[in-house]
Write a protein that binds this ligand. Structure first.
Ligand code: 5AD
Ligand code: SF4
Length: 430
């Protein structure tokens, strides 16, 4: 999400005459695009902001702006607490950035904040400038905001109400990327399954949008994130089954394997409902990988609740999971009504148990891949060796293989010979 936002920001600033430079050493402005979802994300931003002080002492013209969810959450408070931050700008106010940056130069620092949330802003007309991409794979934001109000989550407060972007502009962006040589797009939203545009006869929901994007070209891979389990429909699975270029990977955050926790979290589904959706995925798309997010140590979580999460992990056998310790966020329902009552070391121990179990499962899943062949989109050089390249299969698993005659951005068949927990090691099939 933030990568996609940074590309929109780069586009707005490019239009206003600014240019991206190599690093902070040469910059007049350092803009930090932030996440507020957990406290440790915010602590990292504060650390980075403080680090920049030394550079600012040497280069007096350098100004620091904080953008995104942390700016929205803290507003002017952030400038009071971090006195080298000259301005803050929330996720719906990026069009005001050039004005803020001019303001900093003419009026001085410290009081400039653009944090208005919007019910309509989707930046639909802005063609993102891809500043951090590889020229092969790109993110496309299809909607903004979230109004699911999970009890622990700050996103509805920092990114505002849910709104969908005009499908014409999404399809146009995907087609343009394909013509520029991109071979993979990931459609992004907090809850893509509630994407909705237009009315009745002329309406376009997420399955229809996927159909349109997938029909651009069979050589364009299409991915999406994130799906809320309450809204994952059979219709979407049918569309996926009909389009082999829609990747066989569904990110389906579960958060907890205990019905009591799910209710307290306001997730609006039960474990039974979730498992039914997993069955539906496996029925329509037998080769689909499933990944998840989970939170350890939410308010009042008992050992029994925790065991239920481990059981769910054993049943679903995820290919990958993002695993977090619960972090109390100001302003959320949980902050107002639910005690953060699980001691840090218990949270940590439960998280480590989930991580250890998931590690075993991922390794076992990968061992089953040995001997199989996959079509891989070649994305870059392996971090370990220039002689090796890496790419992903449709299931989003990373394959590393000897370079041979493979070119970046091409599709190649790769046979899996070995694996680790995180990577499949293979060879090109000529
Ligand atoms: N504490 C820990 N994890 C959180 N997430 C969201 N809010 C919190 C929080 N307060 C996790 C959820 C979500 C992912 C993006 O971040 O698992 O799916
Ligand atoms: Fe947060 Fe829930 Fe919305 Fe995801 S669906 S962004 S967890 S409120």
């Amino acid at each position: 999400m933030n990568f996609a936002d940074s590309d929109v920001i780069a586009a707005i600033l490019t239009r206003a005459g600014y240019a991206v430079c190599e690093g902070a050493e040469e910059a007049d402005f350092v803009l930090i695009n932030t996440c507020a979802i957990r406290d440790n994300a915010e602590q990292r931003v504060r650390h980075r902001v403080r680090e920049l002080r030394a550079l600012q002492n040497r280069r007096h013209q350098l100004r620091v702006g904080v953008l995104g969810c942390m700016a929205e959450r803290l507003q002017s408070r952030l400038m009071a607490e971090e006195d080298n931050v000259s301005f803050v700008c929330g996720p719906d106010a990026y069009r005001k950035l050039p004005e803020l940056m001019r303001g900093v130069r003419t009026n001085g620092d410290g009081s400039l904040a653009a944090v208005e949330l919007s019910e309509t802003e989707t930046y639909a007309d802005i063609e993102p400038v891809r500043i951090s991409g590889n020229g092969i794979s790109a993110y496309i934001s299809i909607m903004r905001g979230c109004q699911n109000y999970c009890a622990y989550c700050v996103v509805p407060y920092t990114r505002g109400r849910e709104r969908s972007r005009d499908p014409e502009t999404i399809v146009h962006e995907a087609r343009t990327l394909f013509e520029q040589g991109y071979r993979e797009v990931t459609l992004l939203g907090q809850n893509v399954n509630s994407y909705s545009w237009g009315v009745q006869d002329n309406s376009c929901g997420f399955p229809e949008l996927m159909e349109r994007v997938a029909s651009i070209d069979p050589a364009l891979r299409v991915r999406f994130a994130t799906s809320h389990p309450k809204d994952l429909s059979d219709r979407l699975l049918e569309v996926m089954a009909a389009h082999p270029n829609i990747c066989r990977c569904i990110h389906l955050p579960v958060q907890s394997g205990s019905n009591r926790m799910l209710k307290l979290m306001n997730r609006k589904y039960t474990v039974e409902w979730y498992l039914d959706r997993v069955d539906a995925i496996r029925r329509y798309l037998p080769d689909c990988s499933i990944t998840t997010d989970v939170i350890a140590g939410f308010s009042t979580e008992t050992e029994e609740d925790h065991q239920a999460t481990l059981d769910l992990f054993r049943r679903v056998r995820y290919d990958y999971a993002y695993m977090f310790m619960y972090s109390l966020r100001e302003g959320t329902y949980a902050w107002k009504h639910l005690a953060d009552d699980i001691p840090e070391e218990v949270k940590k121990r439960r998280l480590n148990e989930i991580i250890a179990l998931q590690g075993e499962i991922a390794l076992e899943n990968n061992q089953l891949e040995v001997g199989r062949e996959y079509e891989v989109l070649v994305e870059g050089e392996s971090h370990r060796s220039k002689q090796q390249l890496f790419g992903r299969n449709s299931q989003n698993k990373v394959l590393v293989f000897d370079r041979g005659d493979a070119e970046l951005g091409s599709y190649r068949r790769v046979k899996v010979n070995a694996c680790t927990q995180a990577t499949l090691l293979g060879e090109l099939v000529q």
